[in-house]
Design a binder for this molecule. Structure first.
Ligand SMILES: NC(=O)c1ccc[n+]([C@@H]2O[C@H](COP(=O)([O-])OP(=O)(O)OC[C@H]3O[C@@H](n4cnc5c(N)ncnc54)[C@H](OP(=O)(O)O)[C@@H]3O)[C@@H](O)[C@H]2O)c1
Length: 337
């Protein structure tokens, strides 16, 4: 089979297209023919070795893939050849609370990912693809989709009538916007681009703010709501945290997810989190059980992930560069076969 291998922390240019034997499923395992993968900001970090000491080399990168069952090992009853499936980001976090052991096997980081024509999964790490999604759309679910689901639905507990703020138009944020609307919430969505803001509106954003032309967007969000938003999906990280604290109501939640905005400002307003009794909730993707719950909701609501562009397998490096450019709206996909 053809697969991309990262032999060192050399960035997208270090990706090598190599041949490896097609693996055979052992008892309890499933061989999946990967049809599509999608990229996350994390994949830009992992190709530069930014995943820390747990990252192995050589590594097949990229966590998020979907495809078709090609063969099953002994004792597999829940999947048959031809079934369309999505693989979990964490192979061994089946359900319940996270733990070091459950989070050890993270695809495209500590274990091989999906930028390959075939991959073996333990059967417990697979869920069936929502039938209305194509393979690229399904491949958007494991990391970006599930992180947004955990932030908004599982940990955020968003209810109808509440207000959610999303930052920018990347993969996690567009899913968060869609899930917040699914929950009946009002969404304030930000972007650095007026053209992207028009697209955010067509996805259901009720109010939009350009965070470049309105750098105090947190203050603006607080004014617009009167008292602040109930939940903010913090993909910027410490670099945007000051405005997020401002935007969030007393008793509200900051779902802390990303690192997009770089280092913190000198005057980080952390004491305000205490005075406003805000909840700072770390979010790390989710379990297989959560992935199944999200897929059920997506199927019921006919929700479609937003795919910006799909690159052919032999142009995978260009897909990484496109993601790095920040020109995308939603997910950048790679068609594998
Ligand atoms: N904790 C977890 O489990 C987890 C899971 C997934 C992702 N993440 C993290 O979440 C973040 C988002 O990941 P992603 O894959 O969705 O990224 P992405 O698709 O690459 O998102 C990029 C977009 O984010 C927006 N953005 C960039 N800087 C911003 C800023 N300072 N303020 C507001 N928006 C900004 C921009 O949107 P506009 O062009 O519209 O301005 C940009 O196009 C990353 O830091 C990633 O590492 C964490």
């Amino acid at each position: 089979m053809k697969c991309y291998e990262l032999q060192g922390p050399d960035g997208p240019e270090g990706l090598k297209l190599v041949d490896r034997p097609v693996p055979k499923p052992a008892p309890g395992e499933v061989l999946v023919r990967i049809k599509a993968a999608t990229l996350n900001y994390r994949d830009l970090l992992t190709v530069k070795g930014g995943y820390g000491s747990r990252q192995k080399f050589p590594l097949i990168p990229v966590s998020d893939g979907a495809g078709t069952v090609e063969a099953v090992g002994a004792r597999i009853r829940q999947f048959a050849v031809g079934d369309r499936v999505v693989g979990s980001f964490f192979e061994d976090w089946l359900a319940g609370k996270p733990s070091e052991a459950k989070m050890h096997a993270a695809l495209g980081g500590s274990v091989d990912g999906v930028l390959a024509e075939y991959r073996i999964f333990p059967a417990h790490a697979l869920v069936k693809t929502p039938p209305h999604l194509d393979d690229a759309e399904a491949a958007a679910l494991p990391c970006a989709g599930l992180t947004a689901w955990s932030a908004v639905v599982k940990l955020g507990g968003v209810r109808p009538g509440q207000t959610v703020l999303t930052q920018g138009s990347g993969g996690v944020s567009l899913f968060a916007l869609q899930f917040a609307k699914m929950c009946g919430a009002r969404v304030i969505a930000t972007s650095s681009s007026d053209a992207k803001i028009e697209r955010l509106k067509s996805l259901g954003a009720d109010v939009t703010i350009n965070y470049k032309t309105t750098p105090d967007w947190g203050k603006k969000a607080r004014e617009l709501t009167g008292h602040g938003v109930d939940l903010i999906v913090e993909v910027g990280g410490v670099g945007t945290l000051n405005e997020s604290i401002r935007a969030t109501r007393i008793g509200g939640t900051i779902a802390f997810i990303g690192v997009l905005a770089g280092p913190p400002p000198a005057n980080l307003r952390l004491p305000l989190i205490v005075m406003q009794q805000q909840r700072l909730q770390g979010v790390t993707v989710g379990s297989v059980e959560d992935l199944q719950a999200m897929c059920d909701a997506i199927a019921l609501h006919g929700m479609k992930p937003v795919i910006d562009r799909t690159f052919p397998f032999d142009q995978a490096k260009d897909a990484f560069l496109h993601l790095a450019s920040g020109a995308h709206f939603g997910k950048v996909a790679i068609a594998i076969q």
